[in-house]
Design a protein around this ligand. Structure first.
Ligand code: PMV
Length: 326
């Protein structure tokens, strides 16, 4: 029985994806751009189940998942069954590798690894660029986790032309530090939050329009290896995305006290000469973009304010991979 293992890294968007044009196919309102992270990744093993009537089986970090998760997964695997004409059930064993606990397990690396593995298992032999479209169907941001470095998700307007591509392998003086911050409350899912933002925020359309310009400018900054421009665009883009959420009705607030404390820390460190920029997603964690060569001195300073166990340092991650095992 053939068995495949895939590995995909998480990614953090510098130009954010926030909102769908098409919910079923996950076609976004705007193109986005991210940085793939080496420190956070998912490994996923897949094999067929002998008796096809058994249904798919899904373990995450060694734990059999509940019915809701199984339904979601089976619906996703159906895409591959349809494409290949192979109707077999699949055993999925997935492991999230996250250095510290707390809300960093990512759907991006998860669906990217799964798409890579299923592509092999169902013998579809699609190119990585083609696989980005299949990863996208699981979770939009997963499309960008098929590649390492700086990755653009070109929005397109249908399944066939909404895909991700590598812009630059980011093997220059750049790294990311993640502050894992406390969160007692279960967050509103990004799917629900995006919909609410589109439907109720008066700022949303202006934000989407500005993303086009941000994207062009950040791509130019990447080309020029201009860290300053890159950081400034990313920071502004993230806060503008959060402004659309804050201005939706009812408001969506992912900031926690510690998120604000972290942002203020970044600002005060910057005033003292550390060139660092922050970004935030659909949760309280703050991600800090920095020069790789300055990581240690930045972490030393952050440790004065935040517990060492809450600080994750990450290099740039590479492309997703897959191989046959056993
Ligand atoms: O792919 P999703 O549905 O998990 O949405 C990701 C949304 C953000 O992380 C906030 C932005 C992004 O582009 O990754």
């Amino acid at each position: 029985m053939k068995k495949f293992r895939a590995k995909a890294h998480s990614n953090i968007a510098l130009i954010k994806y926030w909102g769908k044009e098409n919910e079923e196919f996950i076609i976004p309102k705007n193109s986005s751009l991210s940085l793939t992270l080496d420190a956070l990744y998912t490994e996923t093993e897949v094999s067929f189940i002998e008796d096809e009537n058994d249904g798919d089986i899904f373990y995450l970090d060694g734990e059999l998942q509940d019915e809701g998760q199984h339904i979601k997964l089976s619906k996703y695997i159906d895409i591959f069954r349809e494409l290949s004409g192979v109707k077999k059930s699949v055993l999925v064993n997935s492991y999230n590798h996250v250095p510290t606990a707390a809300g960093l397990a990512s759907s991006a690396s998860g669906f990217a690894a799964l798409a890579m593995a299923l592509n092999k298992l169902f013998n579809l032999n699609y190119s990585n660029e083609e696989i980005t479209k299949l990863a996208r169907r699981g979770s939009g941001s997963a499309s960008r986790s098929i590649f390492g470095g700086f990755v653009e998700w070109v929005k397109g307007d249908k399944h066939e032309n909404s895909y991700a591509r590598k812009i630059d392998d980011a093997q220059w003086d750049i790294a990311m530090i993640i502050l894992v911050l406390k969160n007692e409350k279960k967050e509103i899912s990004s799917r629900v939050a995006m919909k609410q933002t589109i439907e109720t925020s008066p700022l949303y359309n202006a934000h989407v329009e500005s993303c086009e310009e941000d994207l062009e400018n950040i791509k130019q900054a990447i080309k020029n290896r201009d860290f300053t421009t890159l950081g400034k665009i990313a920071e502004h883009n993230a806060m503008r995305m959060h402004a659309t959420m804050l201005s939706s009705n009812p408001p969506i607030i992912y900031f926690k006290e510690d998120s604000i404390r972290a942002i203020e820390k970044v600002q005060s460190m910057r005033a003292k000469g550390h060139e660092i920029y922050y970004t935030m997603d659909a949760g309280p964690n703050v991600k800090i973009l920095c020069r790789k060569s300055e990581t240690q001195s930045i972490v030393e300073e952050l440790k004065k304010e935040f517990d060492e166990s809450k600080i994750i340092i990450s290099d740039i991650g590479g492309d997703a991979t897959v191989k046959e095992i056993e």
